[in-house]
Design a protein around this ligand. Structure first.
Ligand SMILES: Nc1nc2c(ncn2[C@@H]2O[C@H](COP(=O)(O)OP(=O)(O)O)[C@@H](O)[C@H]2O)c(=O)[nH]1
Ligand SMILES: [Mg+2]
Length: 382
């Protein structure tokens, strides 16, 4: 395992000076010591929260879904589209409900995190359904949205989706710490949660807000932002590689979001026939470091995949209402993701232990004798 620089000393904490004149500067020493202690206590507190969440997820049987990605990469819109899928598309009568808090509600953290989860689940999702992309996430810490998925004939499964603000993964070029570290509670979950985790690494096709028909594309700006998005993913992979021991049931999806913009003004064609070579080529080219970091993880090859995603056709932050032709094409994206997540959750559940398919592909209608005869006549005539 390569030793990548994720645990370098935090430059923002000045080392305690071994001053030549200690008598003249006693106050400074004390203050600096206090700063260090306060930071330590604070980070331990968050690590403890992470440990509590990990334990709760285990006892309450919530399958964790950890989403990484830079700011504006499409994390929240992806999540809103995933939740909305069961509400707008009659997906075999599957219900989705907000679950229970993972942190006790009589603590300030528990209250704040659950309020954030409720807000996302009810309010922000409605915004998405009304045709608007998610507003910038301003939460102070990452929080989990506990959801229950209830299919009519299959087992109910519970998921804890992590929602976070992308700024935390941004590379800070002003410090020696090149790749960003993860928040302490996430580190603690990686360390202590012993069952499989689903990871989704968000790699946007573009960082700019635009539609496929947009000609005013500032490619230079986008290149810079995509490079930052790439390094943010590398940072997350590095943390995983260093911290995660119980990884044999983990799953990693490299999700290329906003794929509609890659379809060059023809989303109906481009989204219904995904060009796998174009997708992999894009990842290898634009996300060279991040995609290589995924390939280099010490996991089985079945534990990683690259998938495209489209939450909708957008114009700025407005989601264009899909017509009857486009709707089923866009629905394929959340459907595939849900199948993968439900498969992972059922496999990690001790009572089930194997991957179940949540939404079966519809069985094509059986051909009647008349259809077959018609086909034959058509063949003869043409
Ligand atoms: N064209 C297109 N734009 C998207 C898609 N998903 C997100 N976006 C846009 O990307 C911007 C950032 O999305 P957001 O979910 O807020 O990113 P976050 O900061 O990672 O949570 C929004 O303005 C969305 O309109 C998509 O599938 N297609
Ligand atoms: Mg967001």
């Amino acid at each position: 395992m390569t030793n990548l620089p994720i645990f370098e000393i935090d430059d923002s904490i000045n080392p305690i000076e071994t001053s030549k004149e200690p008598i003249k500067k006693p106050d400074k020493k004390i203050i600096q010591n206090e700063v260090i202690d306060a930071k330590k206590i604070l980070s331990n507190e968050y690590a403890d929260i992470g440990r509590i969440i990990a334990e709760e997820m285990d006892t309450q049987e919530y399958h964790p879904v950890i989403i990484f990605g830079s700011s504006n990469s499409g994390k929240s819109t992806f999540l809103a589209s995933l939740f909305s899928y069961f509400q707008v598309s009659m997906a075999n009568g599957i219900g989705i409900y907000l679950g229970d808090s993972l942190i006790p509600l009589n603590t300030s953290h528990g209250k704040a995190a659950f309020a954030d989860a409720e807000r996302f689940f009810h309010q922000q999702q409605q915004t998405f359904l009304d045709g608007e992309a998610h507003l910038q996430t301003k939460a102070l810490r990452p929080f989990f949205i506990p959801v229950k998925v209830k299919p009519p004939k299959l087992p109910e499964m519970k998921f804890a989706f992590m929602e976070s603000s992308g700024e935390w993964y941004q590379v800070d070029e002003t410090t020696g710490k090149y790749f960003p570290e993860l928040k302490e509670e996430i580190n603690a979950i990686l360390k202590f949660y012993q069952k499989g985790i689903s990871f989704i690494h968000i790699a946007p096709f573009t960082q700019l807000n635009q539609s496929a028909s947009d000609e005013t594309l500032d490619t230079l700006d986008d290149k810079k932002l995509l490079n930052a998005a790439n390094l943010a993913l590398v940072g997350a992979f590095n943390s995983y590689e260093q911290l995660r021991v119980y990884r044999e049931d983990d799953d990693h999806v490299f999700l290329v979001t906003k794929w509609d913009i890659a379809t060059k003004n023809n989303p109906i064609d481009g989204l219904s026939n995904i060009d796998e070579d174009q997708l992999v080529g894009f990842a290898e080219n634009v996300y060279r470091k991040g995609y290589a970091a995924l390939q280099n993880l010490h996991i089985h090859k079945d534990q990683r995949a690259i998938l495209p995603y489209c939450a909708g056709i957008m114009h700025g932050r407005t989601i264009i209402k899909p017509n009857d032709v486009l709707r089923p094409i866009i629905d394929v994206f959340p459907k595939k993701l849900w199948n993968r997540l439900y498969g992972n959750a059922t496999k990690c559940n001790l009572d089930i232990g194997n991957k179940l398919i949540l939404i079966e592909a519809p069985i094509p209608p059986k051909k009647t004798m008349f259809d077959l005869m018609g086909n034959l006549i058509n063949k003869i005539l043409h």
